[in-house]
Design a protein around this ligand. Structure first.
Ligand SMILES: Nc1ncnc2c1ncn2[C@@H]1O[C@H](COP(=O)(O)OP(=O)(O)OP(=O)(O)O)[C@@H](O)[C@H]1O
Ligand SMILES: [Mg+2]
Length: 244
């Protein structure tokens, strides 16, 4: 089906630290691509550049065949790329349902302010809350949810924009196994409906069962890319995880 996302030679320095050092890989349309690598290998920095939260020093990004000169978060969201954060970000002071409704694409003139969400938007939000087993908490403030529930809410929120590509930064970190299973089921469900995913994770059982291909980063470069069994048998990958 071809690549939905292609990155070539992406680079980022923070002072003397080379966080990303000429990183190149692609995400095929319809795949659940994994992005793994030791702590500090540059995974989140790559995601931040892709989604427009950080300017890159060099490199190019193609999304849906179009070169994205300077990605910015709102423009990327409109183009169909949504992301979650390594530490879940929700709007803690407003209720769970409203967290979803504010993420719905706005129609009409912004000058009218936050117009009342239409029926279809509310229905879709309620369906997502059912899917993520958050429906009983629809009127609770998001800040009152457990950390795992906030990760689920954040995932549900990014789906409100009806994205084509979802970037997940460590969706299972700090989440109990029941919610990890729920997260896995939802990823599979939306993948079956045509969504493409790029998933950063340290949970190897989760990555190996869900993702194909898997891209391995080390010191900001792509070290290897391939099917789960190839990654598990690759000596360079083993060295990267066991070495320095
Ligand atoms: N804003 C920043 N300022 C300075 N250094 C940074 C910044 N963000 C990341 N770094 C550094 O860049 C390198 C890559 O960090 P990054 O967070 O991208 O790694 P990661 O692969 O996501 O790691 P982890 O698995 O621990 O989340 C690290 O050395 C990190 O300390
Ligand atoms: Mg990270």
């Amino acid at each position: 089906m071809g690549a939905l996302l292609e990155i070539e030679g992406l680079a980022k320095r923070f002072g003397g630290i080379v966080a990303v050092d000429g990183c190149s890989f692609s995400v095929e349309t319809g795949s659940i691509t994994g992005l793994i690598g030791p702590n500090g290998s540059g995974k989140t920095t790559v995601l931040n550049m892709l989604s427009g939260y950080l300017a890159s020093d060099a490199g190019s990004i193609l999304f849906d065949g179009k070169r994205i000169g300077r990605p910015d978060p709102t423009a990327m969201y409109r183009r169909g790329m949504s992301r979650t954060f390594q530490r879940a970000r929700v709007l803690p002071e407003i209720d769970v349902l409203d967290n979803l409704l504010v993420a719905a694409p706005k129609r009409g003139l912004a000058v009218w302010g936050m117009s009342k969400a239409n029926r279809a938007t509310v229905d879709y939000a309620m369906t997502l809350l059912e899917d993520f087993r958050l429906i009983r908490l629809a009127e609770a403030k998001a800040g009152e949810l457990s950390y795992g529930q906030q990760k689920l809410l954040e995932f549900a929120t990014v789906l409100m924009g009806q994205p084509r590509l979802v970037l997940l930064d460590e969706p299972t970190a700090g989440v109990n196994h029941v919610m990890v299973d729920l997260m896995t089921e939802r990823i599979r469900q939306f993948h079956a409906q045509g969504l493409t995913f790029l998933v950063i994770e340290h949970n190897m059982e989760f990555v190996m069962s869900l993702c194909n291909p898997i891209v391995v980063l080390d010191h900001g470069k792509q070290l290897f890319g391939g099917a789960p069994d190839e990654v598990q048998q690759n000596q360079l990958v083993l060295d990267a995880y066991l070495g320095d």
